[in-house]
Structure formats: C-alpha cells, structure tokens
Design a binder for this molecule. Structure first.
Ligand SMILES: Cc1cc2nc3c(=O)[nH]c(=O)nc-3n(C[C@H](O)[C@H](O)[C@H](O)COP(=O)(O)OP(=O)(O)OC[C@H]3O[C@@H](n4cnc5c(N)ncnc54)[C@H](O)[C@@H]3O)c2cc1C
Ligand code: SF4
Ligand code: SF4
Ligand code: SF4
Length: 738
C-alpha cells in the first residue's frame, strides 16, 4: 500500500475558534469547501466540517470552538495509508495533518506539509481492494469506524448503522448475522425496531425511485432480526479492552446513559451508573407505554450492557441524595444524561386540583403497573395536547379502563404533531378528538373534584406553522371570545411539554433551561459531560443513542486512557445478489392486533414471518455495493453507458466524442487497450447520487467485466453465546419513586 504522501493535499481553509458557528457554515457553503481547519496562532485546534454544521442548524450562536471536532491528529507523510486510516478511526476525525521532518539530527522539527482527508484515504483503499465509490464514504461502525462505502440510509441514520448489510443478510436468511451487524452500533434494536422515527427510511434509494412512501422497511427488518435472535436465546459477549484504571460516573440510565456505559466499559473504564428510578431504561421503561414494545426484549438488551461490567446504583437521586460535586471529586469524569422527565402543567385556574396530572407522571406511574389513585375507571378523561406523548397518555387511559377519552389540541386535525399511524390506532379503540381549542380552566364540583375542562376556540385561519419543523407558532394563536365550552370529565391529563428535572447548582444551563454542552457533550465545568434529551430537548431514542456514543468518545479523548482492543479491523469483500425482481413488491407495514384485542397493555405490533421479512429485504438496492470493473478485461465499448436508465455513468474514451452528462466523479475503471482494440485509452466515471444499483450495466457488458461488491469492516470483537438466565430486575410493581 502506498504512503500518505501519495494523497497529500493543501491545508484546507482556516477559521478562528471565536468565529460564530453560523458564519463558519456560511463560509463552507459559499466556498464549497468540505471542511475548515480551526486555527489559532498557527496551531490547528480542530476541524469544522459538514457533520458539525448540521448541529449548528439547531442553534448556531455559539463560536466554532464549541462545535469543532478535535484533536486533528498528525502523521508523517511517509507513513502508510493504513496508519492514516487507523488514526482517523481512533480519533474520529475526517482529516489528518501531514508532517515532514526537517533540520539536523538533534534539533529536528516537524513542519506541516499538507493534509489528507478520509475521502482520499478511502478512495485509495478502495482502489486497492475493489471499491472506488468515494462519494458514499462516511463514518460508520461504532459511530466512528470506517465502513466503506456508505449508503444514503446509513448516512441519514444518527448512529450510522450498516443498514444495507443487515437488510441483505435478512434477504439471505442469515438472521443472526443480521442481528450482530445491527448491534455494532445499536444496543437497543428491539425497541428501535418498533419505535424509531427512522430518518434512514426518509432517505432510502428505493424511495427515490418508487416514492418516499415506498422506502425499504428498515425499522421493521431490524425488529425481525432481533425477534429471531431473542427466540434463539442468544446474547452477545464483547471483547473488552483491559481495565485502564479510570472511573466514570453516569447519571441517568436512559438510552444515552446506557449506550455510553457500554462503550466506556468496552474501552476499559470502570463505570458507575446512577439512576433515580427503581429500574433501568429511562423513558424507555418508565414512560413509553408497554403496549408499544416487548419489555422482555428491552430487559435482555439492558442486561447485555450491564454484563459488560457496569456497576448499577438504583434509587439514587443525584443532586439531592448525592451532590454532583461528590461525583466530580470521586471520578475522573461524570456524564449527565438525565433526560426531560417532568411534564409541564399549564397554570390555568384549577390546574392544582387533585385529579390533574401531567402525562409524564401518569405514564411513569403506569409503567410500574400501578393505576394512579384518582384515575376514574369507567368514567371520562380529557388529555390536553396533540402530540405523541398525548396519544400515548390517551391510549393508556383507554387501556386502563376510562370510558370516554378526549384528546384536545390547538392544532387542527390535519396538523396534529402526533404520528399519523398512532392516531389512527388510538381512534380505532375509541379516542375522540377535539381540535382547534385552547384550555381555559379546569372545572371542579362543590367538593373540589374535577368535573370538566373548559376550552375556548382559536381562530384557525390565523394559525401559522414553522415551515421546517411543522410546529405551531404559538404567537399566532388567537382566542375567539364567546366560544367557551366545557367537556365533562373526572380526570385531566396535561401533555403540554416536558421540562428538565435536575437540580444542582454546578450544572451550567442554556437559555432554554437545558444543560449547556457542546455536541461532544463537553460542558464548561471541568470533568463534567452531558448529553441526550437534557441537552438537545425532547428528541428521539436514536438521537439519545448517538449522544451516548459521542460522549463516550469525547470522555475517552479527554481522559486519553483507552487501551486499544487487540482485534484489528477485518476487511471482508462480499459479492451480493441481484434483487431486481423485487421491483414487483410494494412496501408493507407489520400487522397489528385487531382493535378489539388492543384494549389492554399487550404489545400491539405483530411479527413478520420469514416470507414477509425476506420480501421486504429483497426490496433493498444494497446501495453499499458498487461496481467493480476488471480493468484488464474492459474494452471501453460503452454498452454500460448506453443502457444505463439513469444516465449515471460515462465511458470516456480519449479522442472520441461521447455524452458525458452523468456528472460522475468516481472513477471505476481506467484502462489502455491493446493494439487489437486500437490502443484506446479511457475511463468510466459514475455518479452514485444517480445510480440506483439496478445492475443493467452488469447484464449488458459483452465481456462480463462488471460485478457488484461490498467492502465491509465488521466489528469482530462481538461473539454470540447462548443466553443464560436474564438477571436484570423485572419492572418492579409497587416500587414507584414517591
Ligand atoms: C411518552 C413518550 C413516548 C416516546 N416515544 C418515543 C418513540 O416512539 N420513539 C422515539 O424515538 N422516541 C420516543 N420518545 C422519546 C425518547 O424516549 C427520548 O428521546 C429518550 O428516551 C431520551 O433518552 P435520554 O437517555 O436522553 O433520557 P431518558 O430516557 O429521559 O432517561 C433519563 C434518565 O435519567 C434519570 N434521572 C433523571 N434525573 C436523575 C437524577 N437526578 N439522578 C439519577 N437519575 C436521574 C431518569 O430517571 C431517567 O431514567 C418518547 C418519549 C415519551 C415521553
Ligand atoms: S435501498 Fe437499501 S441500501 Fe439503499 S438506501 Fe434504501 S435501505 Fe439503504
Ligand atoms: S447500476 Fe443501473 S443505474 Fe447504476 S450505473 Fe449501472 S445501469 Fe446505471
Ligand atoms: S460494457 Fe463492459 S466492456 Fe463495455 S465499457 Fe462498460 S465495462 Fe467496459
């Protein structure tokens, strides 16, 4: 393999660490650069690229210093490509600064001579294996490894799961292999296979071709592989780095905290996990209603994390029972992943009545299988709010025995923030909607018990919504006087927002009253990190998992204690099957129980059988597999170019005029023909943003020199072993936090 000097390029543009992040994004956009080096007094402090730019869209007011990724490692220009790739994996950086030594023996200095990016290194690695699809490259495995090439779904997934591979393995009947690939970056496939908001499906190539509603059912295939592994009674045993002597305290056992706990244990840290509740899992076990997933499978996944050697401390309220300062004194780092556990109750008259509760508290109590004291079985409930949490509270109310349940929102029915499918399910079991209204007061009878909720209509014509998020702009709400009306009920549930419920004077807060931390989880307090919902605001499970990976990496960068695992990344090359016949199949959703059987907390989503799963998996184009052209055989005939239905490919022959409109910049072939073919010289360029992996080019090549192959660096530190008894505590009955 050649040295890094072969792909050296000039240092990228620089910017100052105090430049506003928004300005840096503008600089990237106007110059078309793929990254900026953050420099101060001639020293490169970090790198600001497109991944950082994404974080800025939420709030770009802070300086670049807060978003940049660092450090930017250096390597000698004479080092090997593998050395460059290895440091990129380890430091999770898209760039390496190249140095050369100069000066006499005893006063040698290293001067920067340029840099290389992941793009160049992987393109080179690609050339020397089989793959030249450099534009598909991104950071993949364990959210920091290289996984070449990368499909659009993998790019869109916050934890960059190797979707194409695990979907392909399902299509081949390799269900357990599929499950192992999923676990490379995802510790919670059972729950994400049912509840993920699946940004991957939004950017699936099948959806580009057949319409977004026809994307591959990535989420459900994840569930299928996980169900199979669960039924086979297996679990994963990880190869851990040796203990490194450093200790980390994690506060909060939601998906962010548990993911970080696993990653840090695998890197050799001692991990103490503190949880206020009587059980692990955060909102997953203490809020999301149990009819939406399989609790046993969640416990199985949590147990695999704990089995890496995490020390668990339940019923400890950090900030109250245990001061944060004590953790900072006793540990090398502390990670706050305390979520947004408290529900907001709007301060309208009557909101302090005994039968008024927040949806968060209602769902928390129900998660322990307890029915709150005042809950009116056989009587009516009003839920105030129109989002996903409101739908969960409303469905849970129905399944707990309420007679009539109303969900009341400001938004009109077609703009409700709740997920459409969940709303349909809820309405099938009797939910009533009352939209275009705002709560005015909670009404009480003479004994001081709730007997209704008063609403007032809002002017629907005046409502405006944020064009990007679709959220209601609250300052456009105007009440219509004289439209007050009461919905009679015995219980009122407020699903009107979540707030952070963590108090410690040490914790730095943002203007939104969340914990202030940068995208790597660093706060302004030394040794203190934070991530997940408590930094980002209410979000999604997969985002919390991504936070867990990022913060673990950031803690490791700061403490610098990780001992590399013995295993070297293994590269495998797979030739994959042709899935064109799958064009005939449409997308299918997993079936759910009929409405009459959905009146209790039994999980509602039914499993797929093998045929359904394989059919769904066959619909994947396997966008991670790319052309491999045997350059010694290609005769530059142009047949592949002529037949490509997407004009995704150009065969360019020197001295010949050909259409080169594909816009391809990935070279898959460069060749000089023998005299018998006129000694022609030419190349083939592909635009993978157009290519749909249809393989028509492969069929029409007269000399059969095109094949499609996948290059993968699997995580070979995981081993599947039989499941012994699950020892994680079951959800405890009657042990709810007071
Ligand atoms: C009803 C509901 C339904 C949802 N449904 C979905 C869904 O279908 N799909 C989806 O993607 N997302 C869903 N979400 C969102 C998702 O659950 C969260 O985004 C995710 O759980 C956030 O993870 P986290 O690790 O940041 O925090 P959390 O899961 O909130 O965990 C925080 C943990 O910290 C603990 N803690 C707090 N304070 C302290 C303290 N002082 N000391 C010790 N421990 C403390 C808490 O007890 C909790 O266990 C839902 C949320 C709710 C409320
Ligand atoms: S077709 Fe398959 S590999 Fe391509 S984006 Fe969709 S799920 Fe991913
Ligand atoms: S796989 Fe299909 S879309 Fe891609 S280059 Fe070949 S013919 Fe064109
Ligand atoms: S069809 Fe085959 S031989 Fe002809 S240019 Fe394409 S790859 Fe080369």
């Amino acid at each position: 393999m050649p040295t890094l000097s072969k792909v050296l390029r000039e240092l990228a543009q620089t910017c100052a660490p105090d430049l506003s992040a928004r300005e840096a994004v503008r600089q990237l956009q106007t110059t078309g650069a793929d990254l900026l080096l953050v420099e101060q007094n001639g020293t490169v402090l970090g790198v600001f690229g497109h991944r950082e730019a994404v974080a800025v869209y939420a709030d770009g007011s802070a300086p670049v210093r807060q978003y940049m990724r660092h450090p930017v490692p250096g390597r000698n220009a004479a080092d090997s490509m593998e050395a460059g790739a290895e440091v990129m994996v380890r430091e999770d950086t898209p760039v390496v600064i190249l140095t050369e030594e100069e000066g006499p023996l005893f006063s040698k200095t290293s001067r920067s001579v340029g840099m290389v990016t992941a793009f160049e290194i992987l393109e080179e690695i690609g050339h020397t294996t089989t793959d030249t699809a450099a534009n598909k490259i991104f950071f993949g495995r364990k959210d920091l490894g290289l996984n070449i090439p990368v499909s659009p779904c993998q790019r869109a997934c916050p934890i960059h799961q190797d979707i194409a591979t695990y979907v392909d393995y399902v299509s081949q009947g390799r269900y357990l292999d599929s499950w192992l690939v999923i676990h490379e970056t995802n510790p919670f496939p059972s729950i994400l296979g049912r509840l993920c908001n699946h940004p991957c499906e939004t950017d699936c190539k099948r959806g580009w071709v057949q319409g977004p509603e026809n994307a591959v059912s990535i989420k459900s295939l994840k569930r299928f592989a996980t169900d199979y592994a669960w039924a086979r009674k297996v679990k994963i045993e990880y190869q851990r780095a040796p203990e490194n002597g450093k200790r980390v305290a994690i506060v909060g056992s939601g998906p962010a905290g548990l993911t970080a706990a696993q990653d840090l244990r695998l890197m050799g840290y001692t991990v103490d996990l503190y949880e206020r509740e009587a059980k692990l899992g955060g909102l997953l076990s203490a809020s999301v209603p149990h009819f939406r997933f399989e609790m046993d499978q969640l416990l199985w996944e949590i147990q695999m994390i704990i089995d890496t050697g995490v020390n668990v401390h339940l019923n400890v309220n950090v900030g109250k029972d245990l001061p944060l300062q004590k953790l900072l004194d006793d540990y090398d780092s502390a990670f706050l992943s305390v979520g947004m556990m408290k529900g907001r109750i709007l301060p309208v008259p009557g909101s302090d009545l005994p039968e008024v509760i927040s949806a968060m508290e209602f769902l928390r109590v129900r998660s322990y299988d307890i029915v709150p004291d005042d809950f009116p079985k056989g009587d009516d409930v009003v839920v105030i709010g129109g989002g996903a949490v409101a739908t969960d509270a409303a469905q849970t109310s129905i399944k707990t025995g309420a007679k009539n349940v109303w969900m009341c929102s400001i938004e009109p029915q077609d703009r409700l923030p709740a997920f459409g499918n969940e709303l349909v399910e809820a309405r099938e079991i009797g939910l009533k909607l009352h939209t275009g209204v705002i709560v005015n007061a909670i009404k009480a009878d003479a004994q001081g018990h709730v007997n209704g909720v008063e609403f007032i209509r809002v002017d629907a014509g005046k409502l405006e919504f944020d064009p990007e998020s679709g959220k209601l702009l609250i300052n456009t709400v105007q009440k219509v006087p004289g439209t007050e009306h009461v919905i009679p009920c015995k219980y009122a549930i407020f699903a009107s927002g979540q707030i952070m419920d963590f108090e410690d004077q040490l914790t730095p807060l943002s203007p939104r009253k969340l914990i202030a931390a940068d995208t790597s989880g660093k706060t302004t307090v030394p040794k203190l990190f934070a991530g997940g919902d408590c930094v980002q605001g209410p979000s999604f499970i997969v985002d919390a998992v991504a936070w867990g990976h990022r913060v673990a990496r950031s803690i490791n960068e700061t403490l610098g204690a990780a001992v590399p695992r013995d295993a070297k990344p293994l590269t495998i090359i797979e030739t994959t099957d042709d899935h064109r016949e799958a064009d005939y199949y449409g997308r299918e959703e997993p079936p759910i129980l009929p409405a009459a059987k959905r009146m209790d907390m039994t999980p509602v989503e039914l499993p797929w059988n093998d045929e359904q799963a394989i059919t769904a998996a066959l619909r994947c184009f396997q966008c991670d597999t790319v052309h491999h052209v045997d350059e010694s055989v290609c005769i530059l005939c142009g047949a592949c170019d002529d037949v490509c239905p997407e004009k995704a490919l150009d065969v360019i022959v020197e001295g010949e005029e050909r259409d080169t409109s594909s816009g391809g910049f990935v070279k898959i072939c460069e060749t000089v023909l023998g005299e018998e073919f006129g000694g022609k010289r030419g190349r083939i360029m592909v635009n993978y943003d157009r290519c749909t992996n249809c393989r028509i080019c492969e069929d029409h090549c007269p000399v059969n020199c095109i094949t499609f192959q996948r290059v993968r660096m699997p995580d070979d530190t995981m081993r599947m072993i039989p499941l012994t008894a699950v020892s994680a505590p079951p959800p405890q009955v009657g042990a709810a936090r007071g």
